[in-house]
Design a protein around this ligand. Sequence first.
Ligand code: URA
Length: 200
Amino acid sequence: MPEDSRIEAMRLIVEEIRNCRKCGLWKGRRNTVPGEGSLSPLAVFIGEAPGYWEDVKGRPFVGAAGRLLEETLLGVGLSREDVYITNILKCRPPGNRDPRPEEVKACTPFLDRQLELMRPEVIVTLGRHSAMYMLSKAGYMVSGITAVRGKIYRARFWGTEVHILPTFHPAAALYNVRLKEYLERDFRLLREELERLGLI
Ligand code: URA
């Protein structure tokens, strides 16, 4: 799809998200958080749901977890502008509780449309919820994030081979040095995969 059509198609999705009332989360939101970044990204990053600062600003990963995400990207020579960053849920759950199944069901058609529009060859899932969503869509069994992280899973979406790399959520790695090391290791694997695919 030409870049102009992508921009317009994403604009329409974002507008629908802004008006969405498909689950109860619209009642407590200050802003929706559709996602941001390149529409021809090297990879799409999928987190869980907006937190406090994301809800205030309407942008994904702008709090402490976002800073760690950005730092870890920079550590492997990538920046936010190279990728697209979004979440499973586009509105903040109260008190940052886990997404509920009915919220995931209501919201993920937006994510599916965003992905189909960008057709990324590489998808990085951050944390358990997005790993479960993407890997089960690709037909994999997910026992837990620790079991699946740090490996590349092949899937076929949109008639294209897609590479899914699950890793820990940066919020979990903020106060856990071991998880932070795994996160860094997994981002190095991302870099290797992008090189192997000839994308960088
Ligand atoms: N955590 C997430 O999962 N997503 C954000 O956008 C911010 C924090």
